[in-house]
Design a protein around this ligand. Structure first.
Ligand code: WQD
Length: 337
């Protein structure tokens, strides 16, 4: 079965391609490298020992996008990752985020309708939940006012897909990721450093390798067990596995709109993540306590029971595996970039 992966050279897209190929799928990628390095395509091809075809085009260009469907009339499913995803940047550049994230989805949907492609896996985010009273988050947890334009584009895309369901034979799976982190067990693939790291785990790696003087913990005065924010860090390989299982589910279900939370179910605080890094790698981390970061939610972690039941998905890796794999990739990355 042939699958189109948009954002195929991005962090989650590249790891998902590896998982799809390992399970016998034929993959076509599209990525214009605005937030990923072409080196990542070489990493994918080295690990898979294949030549994955990547279309270097902008998905907001509907004509260029149509060419992919003309060339590959046997595409049976699409996993749509391609989007800008930096929460802070979206606050500074909201129009860029709405234009890019919404128009790329519209371009995909128009072509799916025209070329009768039924199955869509959409990359959404736990950021659609905002600050939650009752944890863990389930798929029925009420959606709240988005904390950033990025999160709002994810909410809007979910609604655009829902509203499109009756206009053609579309079967959509919405995957709400918690905090993706870690790297491939081969040590040959991980997060590409095309832009300055903003997420906790890559920032820890940069501080540990001296690429930055220290890590700043954004607040230790929150109402949590140690005062720092709690998140659900999900290993990138568990996340990739969930996508392949979601594609299998899509081709076999009679539903046409299914939402899944994809998280480990474990809440880990920032300070606990730092301790896990130091314990796992034997490295001492230089960090300071700083002010809170605007837009941060206090705590969020997932109930993934629905994915376990319907996708037969169980996350197998923990925060220690995340830190170890990220550290191994960090050393490899120094040679590649
Ligand atoms: C995690 C915690 C920070 C950096 C991300 C993505 C979002 C979505 C959910 C997928 C927070 C703290 C961080 C630093 C710190 N994922 N931190 N110092 O904000 O939960 O959101 O995951 O769609 O797209 O952005 O992740 O890694 O930025 O922050 O103290 O230098 O680490 O305050 O508590 P976040 P994050």
């Amino acid at each position: 079965m042939k699958v189109l992966v948009t954002g195929g050279c991005g962090y989650i897209g590249s790891h998902t391609i590896l998982d799809l190929v390992s399970k016998g799928y034929e993959v076509v990628s599209v990525d214009n490298f605005i937030n990923a390095s072409p080196v990542i395509l070489d990493c994918i091809n080295k690990i898979t020992n294949k030549q994955i075809h990547n279309y270097n085009i902008d998905l907001t260009d509907a004509e260029a996008t149509e060419q992919i469907f003309e060339d590959h009339p046997d595409i049976k499913g699409i996993i749509h990752f391609a989007a800008l995803k930096a929460v802070g940047e979206s606050v500074e550049k909201p129009l860029l985020y709405f234009q890019n994230n919404l128009n790329s989805l519209l371009s995909i949907l128009k072509n799916m309708k025209k070329y009768k492609v039924r199955n869509l896996i959409f990359s959404s985010s736990c950021s659609v939940y905002g600050n939650i009273e009752k944890l863990p988050a389930t798929e029925e947890t009420p959606i709240q006012q988005a904390e950033s334009p990025y999160a709002r584009t994810k909410q809007m895309c979910e609604e655009i897909i829902r509203d499109t369901l009756n206009s053609f034979d579309l079967n959509a799976i919405i995957l709400r990721y918690f905090n993706p982190a870690g790297a491939h067990h081969s040590g040959e693939l991980g997060e590409s450093p095309i832009n300055p790291a903003q997420n906790l785990v890559p920032v820890i790696m940069e501080a540990a390798t001296g690429q930055r003087s220290h890590l700043t913990v954004f607040g230790d005065d929150y109402p949590t067990r140690d005062g720092s924010c709690i998140r659900d860090y999900i290993h990138i390989e568990d996340l990739a596995d969930a996508h392949t299982k979601a594609m299998e589910f899509a081709t076999n279900t009679n539903d046409n709109y299914t939402i899944f939370n994809l998280g480990s179910g474990d809440g880990v605080s920032v300070l606990e993540a730092i301790t896990a890094f130091e314990k796992t790698t034997g490295q001492k981390l230089n960090y300071k306590i700083g002010d809170r970061r605007a837009g941060d939610v206090i705590a969020i972690y997932a109930n993934y029971e629905k994915a376990r039941t319907l996708l037969n998905w169980i996350p197998e890796r923990n925060i220690d595996d995340i830190m170890q794999s990220a550290w191994t990739w960090e050393e490899k990355k120094q040679q590649l970039f």
